[in-house]
Structure formats: C-alpha cells, structure tokens
Design a protein around this ligand. Structure first.
Ligand code: PRP
Length: 182
C-alpha cells in the first residue's frame, strides 16, 4: 500500500498556502455578510474540510447546514442530472445562503443547487468554492468567492478524492497518472 504521499505527482497548494488563502477569503466574506445572518451550506462530501476552515475564518453570526448530492454515474453527470441524497433540515425562506464547495468543475452541481435553493425561497445564494476549474465549465455558473483557479489536472486532498480516498491529505496535490490508470 505505501504512504498516500507516494501517490502524489506534485503539490499544488501546501497546507500553509491553503490556510493563508482561506484567511483572506474569510475576511472578504465577513465584510459582505456581516449583519445578514447567513446560512453556510456545505456540499458533501468533498467540501467538508473546507467548510470547517472557512466558517472559522469568517466570524459572522451564522449557522450551518449540509446537503449531499450525487450524479447518476459519469455519463449522466455530464448531462447535468443531479440527485439530492441528503437534504438540508430547515426552512430557508428569506435566508441569505452561502454554498460552500471544494471544486467548481463543469458547473452542473452548483447550477442545480443554486436554482434549487432559489426555488425554495432563499433571498440570495452566494457561491464560495476553494478551487475553480474554468476550463471544464459547461454550465454558466458564477462563483462569488474563489480560492484558487486550477488547471485541468487530477487534484486530490483537502477533501477532494479519487475513488473516495485521499480526502484526508492536508494539502492539494496532483495524482500520479499510474494511480488512476491514466
Ligand atoms: C465533486 C465536487 C463538486 C462537484 C463539482 O463532487 O465536490 O460537488 O464534483 O463538479 P461539477 O461542477 O462538474 O458538478 P463529487 O461528485 O466528486 O462528490 P464528492 O463531493 O462526494 O467528492
């Protein structure tokens, strides 16, 4: 099996670089959200690590929720079909939502969620993503806060997985192609 680190081709962002960027994002978000009683909604599973850090970097009065979504396999994912497997547990009518994602890729997930939350009566839906991969976008989605723009490489760590593994790496790295048979 070996160490997880051995499967990493290169480190894109170290633990320290991620922490510094999140401090900046949290400060910017605080200025925009102060007094709005925002509801932070984390999209499981990938965003769970980022969620824990960004809510502590943004010391605004707020509460948290979690939503889990899945796509019907990779083929359907590209067609944009998203299914909610665990929904939020409260009425969001009139609330200012901040959706927390680990990565914005095709845009399918966030395009769906933004529409879903607006349909449920949210006053506003702000999108905060740690990583943005604009080269893969097929849906027009605007992220209000972006940590880092990443190239189209297989990134793992800090919540991001390959076959459900590597989420607990403290940094973000590129997986060696031989690990995923690339
Ligand atoms: C990843 C990521 C986003 C989504 C982004 O989730 O966490 O939710 O894909 O891709 P999109 O912009 O093309 O929709 P994934 O389906 O891998 O599940 P996970 O969060 O459990 O890792």
């Amino acid at each position: 099996m070996g160490r997880m680190d051995d499967d990493i081709l290169k480190v894109l962002y170290t633990e320290e670089e991620i922490a510094a960027r999140i401090r900046e994002m949290g400060a910017a978000m605080y200025r925009d959200l102060e007094g709005k009683d925002p509801l932070f909604i984390s999209v499981l599973r990938g965003a769970f690590v980022f969620m824990a850090d960004i809510v502590r970097a943004c010391q605004v009065r707020s509460d948290v929720e979690f939503i889990a979504v899945s796509s019907y396999g990779s083929a359907t994912k590209s067609s944009g079909a998203v299914q909610i497997t665990h929904d939020i547990q409260q009425d969001i009518t009139g609330r200012h939502l901040v959706v927390i994602e680990d990565i914005l890729d095709s845009g399918n997930t966030l395009a769906f969620l933004k529409q879903y939350f607006l349909t449920k009566g949210a006053a506003s839906v702000t999108i905060c993503t740690l990583l943005d991969k604009p080269s893969r976008r097929t849906k027009a989605v605007h992220a209000d806060y972006v940590g880092f723009e990443v190239p189209d490489e297989f990134v793992v760590g800090y919540g991001l997985d390959y076959a459900q593994k590597y989420r607990n790496l403290p940094y973000i790295g590129v997986l060696k192609p031989e690990v995923y048979g690339g």
